[in-house]
Design a protein around this ligand. Sequence first.
Ligand code: HEC
Length: 418
Amino acid sequence: MGLPFRSLTLAAGLVASLSVPGAAQDLLGHGGPVGALALEGARALSGGFDTRAILWDVETGAAHTVTRFHDGNVTAVALFPDGRFATAGQDGRIALWHPGARVPDLATGHGVSAIAALALSPDGARLAAGFWDGTISVLDVASGAVAQAQGHADRVTGLGYLASGDLVSVGSDLRFVRWGPDMTLAARADLPDLPNGLAISNDRVAVVFAEGALRLFSPDGVLLPERFLTDRPLVSVASSSDGVAAGAIDGSVWMLEPAELTERFRIEAAQGPVWALATRGALLLSAGADGAIRRWSARDGTAQGTGNSTARTDFDDGSRGAEVWRACAVCHSLDPEDQSRAGPSLHGIFGQRIATQPGFEYSEALQTLDIVWTPRTVAELFEFGPEAYTPGSRMPEQRIASESDRQALVEFIARASR
Ligand code: HEC
């Protein structure tokens, strides 16, 4: 895919060891930019350019499930209230999952073009997908039946369901469309500029634009308040009943009051584009080019995460190896009984053949490989990266550049396994 892989950035000692167990954590695990986010209750879902989707426990920062299914970027995600989730990708496919699943419960075939947006109906019965070629398809979640409509003359850039069950879409054809039952045209309006995303806020439609404006529309496309936030393109938007968040290509994020779009705060959330936002209650999540999913207070914009990989490690002995391990603890436990994270427990890994930890369901790709894990092979795994060393692995791409860090890591795993 030609994407730059992120090598693990490891904290220089003190910050990580000061972290309080159980404190709010940023969500670190993707091996490349994150382009899609959803938030529902205690769970967050992210989709990455690394072709993975990750289901997170928001409080602990632990990864619960890593899926690898799409050919190319995971471009849109949705969380069902009952815990299931949906992913969609550059490959034009939609997949439905339950937590812990290794393969989707249901998946559509390759689409004619990439999917840019997903929206779940308020009753959870229908999932709409917007494609780059302007198509909108609506999946009946129970039956798997798909209905398609030519929604826009150009790329669909935003989708959302109103409380009534009507669907709203915006597209690069500069159109706003409201769809009634069976995708009948209910209302249509022209947009003043290129829309880059849409979020439903208290049954009004918040749209972000390339010219840096955020506009609210009535369900029929009548312009309500608008705010010119920046002269840079806005590229992401999210809403909850008490706030609308917008993210720009230069890393700025605004949180606005939902009624009049007055500014609550503005933060610099990232160095590069903020590709995805999600908000609910007092929590705001942002994600972008560096692969980190950052936590902020939706009330005042204070950073809540530590900025480091600090998922709880059970065997922290203060060593450099324990520190390097923190990036792994997001997905791996060292407790032989604990298979609650997205990856297998690595207790006693040395001397074992690949994909043989009891109680963990591996990907097919891993099961066909022929490797015995030793300090040397685990060090090599992160010297060359899982993508090269264990092709097809669900583990996101990551490397540890320093040889002494790799050595410290495997020595720590050996100590913790005794
Ligand atoms: C975002 C989640 C995630 C992170 C972070 C992560 N892993 Fe993994 N890892 C996985 C998953 C998922 C698998 C299983 C892959 C599969 O089934 O294809 C795995 C598999 C492995 C395996 C093979 C296990 C076996 O039984 O064959 C090793 C070894 C491993 N990881 C080590 C590490 C180390 C060391 C780190 C930290 C440097 C790390 N992982 C970071 C998710 C992760």
